[in-house]
Design a protein around this ligand. Sequence first.
Ligand SMILES: Cc1ncc(C[n+]2csc(CCOP(=O)(O)OP(=O)(O)O)c2C)c(N)n1
Length: 639
Amino acid sequence: MGLLDQINNPNDLKKIPKKDLPRLAAEIRETILKLVSEKGGHLGASLGTVELTIALHYIFDTPNDRLVWDTGHQAYPHKLLTGRREQFFTIRQYNGISGFLCRTESPYDTFGAGHAGTSISAALGMVTARDQLQQKHRVVAIIGDGAMTAGMANEALNHAGGLKRDMIVILNDNEMSISKNVGAFSSYLARIITNPLYTKVRNETDILLKQIPKIGDPLLKAVKQADRSVKGLLSPGTLFEELGFRYIGPIDGHRLDILLTTLTNVKHLSGPLLIHVITKKGKGYPPAEQDQPAFHGTGAFDLATGVAKKKSATKPTYTGVFADALIERAGLDPRIVAITAAMPDGTGLSKFAKVFPSRFYDVGIAEQHAVTMAAGMATAGLRPVVAIYSTFLQRAFDQIVHDVALQNLPVVFCLDRAGLVGEDGPTHHGTLDIAYLKGIPNLTLMAPKDENELTQMLATALTLDGPCAIRYPRGEGVGVPIEKPPALLPVGEGELLCGDLSERWDLVFFAIGRMVYPACEAASILTQEGMKVGVVNARFAKPIDRKLLMTTLRNTDHLVTVEDHVLSGGFGESVLSCVEEERRKGEIDTVNLLAIGLPDHFIHHGAPSLLYKECGLDPQSIANRSAAFCKMRTPVGRR
Ligand SMILES: Cc1ncc(C[n+]2csc(CCOP(=O)(O)OP(=O)(O)O)c2C)c(N)n1
């Protein structure tokens, strides 16, 4: 029986002698590697936090002491040590445990996460609650150097340094975001790590720190004072200390002895502490250490070689098509620049960066800044394209409204991963963007039915004088040929895909984006059952093609909208309100309208096909619901 098999909770962990903990670390790594190589998942960050996680649960009294993990993708070792060993192999799968942190999953997951940069704010909230309720426990935020580039992490540091409450921030510094970390803060951390003089002082300070419980506070203060002044001389700066944190480190995050000693010694210190821990992404698995971006999140791979198992894609991905189309546009228009918020690979922009390095900006995990920076660029004559996943753009809502749309600036937002994304689950589904964007004046909102239309939409967006957003799904496109050059689309016009306007239909599908093809399939199922069905590709969620809507409504009594977005505030609601306005004007009679889309609850994780089926968005379900709707709403005499 291995050591890991004996651990059902952190109390079991504490029974393991310290000398055996490196063996436990090896077992945890082996288990994570087995899981991710077979099923895919987040690998690199979790391999990097193995020793840190063991040390934290070993020294702190979790869950009474609160560990607040940032982002959550590095928490596989935490899951293994906190009672989820047996479900571990279900991670990210339908009905399995989450790949991120989830309060409903375990009391050890003190705060849900998936988006980066939240941990210090959440931990500070817990600290203030603890103090107000006169409780006694430690609160520890664990945040990566990438997540530290997020605006809110800095807002929280600023607040915490000012409040001076007892809290610990562990900066898990592996010099990587998903790609290489960017920015001045990252360079600052790199200077701390690489300064040999400073490292020497740090080792001496470690020895002093070991004595801390015995020497008491006055001497500690003196030691820290001395340490601070020496650091001031030798290190590039004392940023954290100036912000009100005691800075401890940098320490080797793979040395359990150092981690255990440091955590034991600092556990009882008061005030805000920042422990700078150096780790390696992918630690212990050479392919992941060597290609850190590829093994951040990965599909199944061959453990011996690190080579991906996935059958190579047969169709181009939306991401890839977007990148190629943008490169082509940028070749024609030198004003075009591209911005990503720490997702150069995920958005496809790393390809753009290779072709146009001086026109590419990775701003770090700083979506708000990305949007306002784009607004500034647009005021000065550039044509910025901001590529941010639908879910992460939620952060920058006010910047889109206040800095871009209100000034009617020509910024193009490319929202990859719109709709249900699958295994990453509710933190990552892009199912709210139509709702948060459609109410913004001046903004045009499109969603392509396939990858060719994506290229047309991008080309069209870049001709507009105001802001525009294009939402498109994760993964492979439909496999249609891509026309070159892409045709420009008339703004606000959809297209009638099937159905003859000279005859009457039993129903018309008004579908948008990725749901257009499933609606066509549903239409052919119903046609085989003898119904007459029209299908419209709406293309625009804003403005809605009212003319086409009215034309089609003159041909039918039944309209069914289909979208991969929440119904509340979605495309169907916009269509409904157009129909209602026209009805009030007397333009049309009463229409039976059914909106098919996502329900008003958060959708869990799992393969996209399973999730879409569960939500009734597969072709057969769309057909069944629509047929039942028509039957129910058709007067008996006309059935
Ligand atoms: C708001 C937001 N933007 C982008 C992402 C995508 N993302 C997930 S992990 C990650 C990098 C995090 O880097 P770091 O905090 O250093 O953790 P590491 O993976 O290096 O351990 C990014 C950009 C996200 N989760 N949240």
